[in-house]
Design a protein around this ligand. Structure first.
Ligand code: IYR
Length: 272
C-alpha cells in the first residue's frame, strides 16, 4: 500500500536512490503506527520533489584571469563607466536594431529573485506612440514641477536645469519602457508570485544602461511620476508596474551636460 503510493513520485534522476532508501525505511516502519509511516512518506515525497525538480546543475563556465589582466580589465571598465553621462538632448538618428536587441539580451541575463526574471521591456520606436507618451508624461511632469515637488526637491533639481517639457520623448529614436512584473503568468494562465522585484529590475536596468553605453549609445533614465499612463498606452497587464522609461539614442550635436562630480571611493565605501 505505502509502496504503491510512493512510486508515482519516485521518478527522475534521483528516483532510484529514493526507492532504495524507501525500501529500507519501509522495513523499519512496517511495524510502526500509521502516523509514523505517513510522516516518513511525506518526508520522502518532499525530498523527491526537491531533488528532481530543482537539481539541474551544469559546470560553471569560468575563466580565471591572472591578476595583471584583472587589474587591466577593472581599470578599463571603470574608465568606460566614468565616461557615461545622462543626456537630455538626443539626435533623431535611428540606432542599429541589433545593438538594441543585444543590450536587451544582456539585461535579460541579470540575477533575479528565485530566477523569476520579473521584467518586461517595451521598445517604442513608433512616432505616434512616442507622441502619446510625451503628452501624458508632460501632464504629470507639469503637476510635479508646479505642485507635487517640495521646494527642497526643486532646489536639488536646479543644477540639472530640468523642467516639465520633455521633447526628447519624441525626438529620441527609442524609448524603452521597463515594467516590473509583480507576478509571472504561465502558459496555462496561472499566476506565480515574483520575489525581490525592485532589486531585480533595478539590476537589469543597470545592465541595460551599461550595455547601451558600451555599444556607443546614450541614455536618459526618465521617471515621470506617476507613470501609470505607460501601462495604459502600451497596453500592459495590471500585474506589471511601470518602472522606468529609458530614453535611448545618439547625443545631439554639441550636447552639454551638467558639470557634476562623482563622490570619491573614500566617500562611497567603507572597507572593514
Ligand atoms: N521626473 C522629473 C523630475 C526629475 C527628478 C529627478 I530625482 C531627477 O534626477 C531628474 C528629474 C523630470 O524628469 O524632469
Amino acid at each position: 500500500m505505502c509502496h504503491s503510493l510512493i512510486i508515482p513520485f519516485a521518478t527522475g534522476v534521483y528516483g532510484e536512490f529514493i526507492v532504495t532508501n524507501l525500501m529500507n525505511f519501509q522495513a523499519c516502519f512496517l511495524l510502526a503506527n500509521g502516523t509514523a509511516v505517513r510522516s516518513c512518506l511525506k518526508l520522502f515525497i518532499l525530498m523527491e520533489l526537491t531533488l528532481t525538480n530543482s537539481l539541474d546543475f551544469i559546470p560553471l563556465d569560468f575563466k580565471r584571469q591572472n591578476e595583471e589582466s584583472m587589474l587591466q580589465e577593472s581599470q578599463s571598465f571603470y574608465q568606460l563607466m566614468a565616461q557615461r553621462r545622462t543626456i537630455r538632448d538626443f539626435s533623431d538618428q535611428n540606432v542599429p536594431q541589433e545593438v538594441l536587441e543585444n543590450a536587451l539580451k544582456a539585461a535579460g541575463t541579470s540575477p533575479s529573485g528565485a530566477n523569476m526574471q520579473p521584467w518586461h521591456f517595451v521598445i517604442v520606436q513608433d512616432a505616434a506612440v512616442k507622441k502619446r507618451i510625451r503628452k501624458a508624461a508632460e501632464i504629470e511632469e507639469r503637476e510635479l514641477y508646479e505642485h507635487r515637488a517640495s521646494d527642497e526637491w526643486l532646489q536639488a533639481l536646479t543644477p540639472l536645469a530640468t523642467d516639465a517639457n520633455k521633447p526628447f520623448l519624441e525626438i529620441a529614436p527609442v524609448l524603452i519602457a521597463i515594467f516590473l512584473k509583480k507576478f509571472t503568468v504561465d502558459t496555462s494562465g496561472e499566476k506565480h508570485k515574483n520575489y525581490y522585484t525592485s532589486e531585480s529590475v533595478g539590476i537589469a536596468t543597470g545592465i541595460l544602461i551599461t550595455a547601451l553605453h558600451k555599444s556607443g549609445l546614450a541614455t536618459l533614465t526618465h521617471t515621470p511620476s506617476p507613470m501609470k499612463f505607460l501601462g495604459k498606452i502600451l497596453e500592459r497587464p495590471s500585474y506589471e508596474r511601470p518602472y522606468m522609461l529609458l530614453v535611448c539614442g545618439y547625443p545631439a550635436d554639441d550636447v552639454m551636460v551638467p558639470n557634476i562630480k562623482r563622490r570619491t571611493l573614500q566617500e562611497i565605501s567603507t572597507f572593514i
